[in-house]
Design a protein around this ligand. Structure first.
Ligand SMILES: C[S@@+](CC[C@H](N)C(=O)[O-])C[C@H]1O[C@@H](n2cnc3c(N)ncnc32)[C@H](O)[C@@H]1O
Length: 309
C-alpha cells in the first residue's frame, strides 16, 4: 500500500464549498494523492473523476478505485484537456489544488526541490509532448532567455545576475543537478536577508515555464464554463500571485463583479453583458493559523470559488 503523505490544503473549506450531492459528478482536476477525491467520495454517494498529468498519481488512483469502484475514474492527462475528458457528460463541480504534490516534491530524481539533490528535470508529466527539461533550459537557453523566464515566472529581483552566473558556470561544465544550480543561485543571492531559500523563485520560474502552468490554468478555467452544469462550483486553491491573479481575473471578468470592467463598452453592450459566474468568495480565503502550523506548505495558499449561473 502506498502511503498518503500529502496533506491536502484547505480540504475542509473546499469540501464545504463544493457541498457534494448524491448522484452528482465531480472533477478533481489536480488529483495528486487523491486527498480531495477521497473526501468528496466519503461525503455522499456521488461520482468523482480524478485528473493528473503525472503518472505517479496512477498508483494512488488505484487505491481509491479499489475502495469506491464504479464511483471513481482516473484520467492521466493535462487538465487543459478537460473539455475532451467530459465531452459526453457534464460535471457538477470542479476543484483545482495547484502546485506540486508531496510525491513530486520529495522525489530525489525529479528535480523539483532544491532540498534534494536530483537531476534537473522538473517535468510534471512524462507524456510524449513533455520533452523540455530544466537541464535543457539551464544549459541551452541564452542569457536573455533565462532572464526572461526568471523575471516573468519567478519575479526574481536578481534575474539578470543569476542568468549571467549560469551562463558563465556552464562554460566549464554542464550543470546537471539541483544542488549545482542552487549553489550558483545562492552565490548571487548570498547577501539577501530573506526568509525564503535563495533558490525558491528560480525553481518556481523553471517549473512554471516547463509545465506551461499558467497557460494550462487559463485554458482549463475557460473550458470549465463549457462542461459544468448550472449551480456547479469552481474551486481553486493557488500558491503564488501569478496563479491567483489568473483565477481572480477570470472569476471577476465572468461574473461582471466590477462594473468598472465594462465602462469601456458602449452602453448597449454593457447592458447586454450576461455573467456566467457568481462570485462566492469576494476575497480569497486563507488557511487558518492552525492549518499552517500543522502543514507549513499551506502558508501561501489562497482559495477562490465561483458558482456557474
Ligand atoms: C498540489 S497537488 C494536488 C494534491 C491533491 N489535492 C491531494 O490531496 O493529494 C497538484 C497536482 O496537480 C497536478 N497537476 C498540475 N498541473 C496539472 C495539469 N496541468 N494537468 C493535470 N494535472 C496537473 C500535479 O501533477 C500534482 O499531482
Amino acid at each position: 500500500m502506498t502511503p498518503h503523505d500529502h496533506i491536502p490544503v484547505m480540504c475542509d473549506e473546499v469540501i464545504k464549498l463544493l457541498n457534494p450531492q448524491k448522484n452528482k459528478t465531480y472533477a478533481d482536476a489536480t488529483f495528486g494523492q487523491g486527498g480531495y477525491s477521497r473526501e468528496i467520495l466519503s461525503k455522499t454517494n456521488c461520482c468523482v473523476v480524478g485528473i493528473d498529468r503525472d503518472k505517479e498519481a496512477i498508483k494512488y488512483a488505484e487505491i481509491i478505485k479499489k475502495k469506491f469502484k464504479s464511483k471513481f475514474f482516473f484520467k492521466n492527462e493535462r487538465f487543459s484537456n478537460i473539455k475532451n475528458i467530459f465531452k459526453n457528460n457534464k460535471v457538477d463541480g470542479i476543484t483545482f489544488d495547484l502546485g506540486m504534490s508531496n510525491t513530486q516534491l520529495s522525489s530525489k530524481t525529479r528535480g523539483f526541490s532544491f532540498s534534494n539533490n536530483g537531476s534537473l528535470d522538473m517535468r510534471m508529466g512524462m507524456q510524449k509532448d513533455d520533452e523540455l527539461t530544466a537541464k535543457k533550459i539551464i544549459n541551452g537557453y541564452s542569457e536573455k532567455q533565462l532572464f526572461y523566464i526568471f523575471r516573468k515566472y519567478g519575479e526574481e529581483r536578481n534575474s539578470q545576475k543569476i542568468s549571467k552566473a549560469i551562463v558563465s558556470a556552464r562554460k566549464n561544465k554542464t550543470i546537471t543537478s539541483t544542488y549545482e544550480l542552487s549553489r550558483i543561485i545562492s552565490n548571487v543571492n548570498k547577501f539577501r536577508n530573506q526568509k525564503k531559500n535563495p533558490s525558491t523563485k528560480i525553481f518556481q520560474a523553471l517549473r512554471i515555464f516547463i509545465n506551461e502552468e499558467l497557460l494550462e490554468l487559463e485554458s482549463a478555467l475557460k473550458s470549465c464554463l463549457k462542461i459544468l452544469n448550472k449551480k456547479s462550483k469552481i474551486i481553486v486553491v493557488s500558491f503564488h500571485s501569478l496563479e491567483d491573479r489568473i483565477v481572480k481575473n477570470f472569476f471577476r471578468e465572468n461574473s461582471g463583479y466590477s462594473a468598472n470592467n465594462y465602462k469601456h463598452l458602449p452602453n448597449l453592450e454593457r447592458t447586454s453583458f450576461k455573467p456566467f459566474l457568481k462570485l462566492i468568495t469576494k476575497k480569497a480565503i486563507k488557511p487558518s493559523i492552525e492549518e499552517i502550523r500543522q502543514n507549513p506548505r499551506a502558508r501561501s495558499a489562497k482559495l477562490r470559488a465561483a458558482e456557474v449561473l
